[in-house]
Design a protein around this ligand. Sequence first.
Ligand SMILES: Nc1ncnc2c1ncn2[C@@H]1O[C@H](COP(=O)(O)OP(=O)(O)OP(=O)(O)O)[C@@H](O)[C@H]1O
Length: 223
Amino acid sequence: MEDPVQTAAQGGIGPVLAASGIVKSYRRGLWPARRSVPVLRGADLALDAGEIVGLVGENGSGKSTLMKILVGALAADAGTVTRVGGLGYCPQEPLVYPRLTCDEHFDLFASAYAMTAPAVQASRESLYKSLGFARYARTRADQLSGGTLAKLNLGLALLADPQVLLLDEPYAGFDFDTYQKFWHLVADRRRAGRSALIISHFVVDEERFDRILDLTEGKTVPR
Ligand SMILES: Nc1ncnc2c1ncn2[C@@H]1O[C@H](COP(=O)(O)OP(=O)(O)OP(=O)(O)O)[C@@H](O)[C@H]1O
């Protein structure tokens, strides 16, 4: 069967994720020196089905803030976000339960996604294989290396095969082999009409992205 989202985007119906005029300020300091510091000043973004987009900007430019707003983990002061289909989010700091094993994490997330047992099993095995961490299936999260923890973090975001994947610095802790596995996985998903927004401080392999957006002075600028 054809992917309805992909068909919609190919037919020009619209993006699978769109943000328009996003404004966000943080409050800093203690009273009476408390002040509002603007981070996003009307940022726009649109992601079509099957698109891989890079979001690049210097430290503190607001990339994570924008991603948290896209996911719905943080409220914007102004602007709108619209989404079509499921969303997978991989935060910069892995959010895991130290005492649970990788298998137990997948089970926990699968029940949150209301996945059937065969679907979980198939997705989990495929993720272990494509990211290369099957041997840690029964290892507790607090005994994993930083890189394997990053694989678990990514695997959990991918478990339910979301239409859009939002990744905040996904490959910082990856060795070169894992980095390549990561891009194979992204390319496979892209062929299936899935999209990804990838945050990075800098882009090494620009050709792997369909587009790059620079976040500067609170706005996204196409490169
Ligand atoms: N909860 C918060 N309260 C106050 N200020 C914050 C908060 N979160 C982020 N900031 C500030 O907002 C600005 C943007 O932060 P953000 O984490 O979005 O940037 P970033 O581009 O993702 O940075 P990095 O590349 O270092 O991860 C920074 O100056 C940061 O100090």
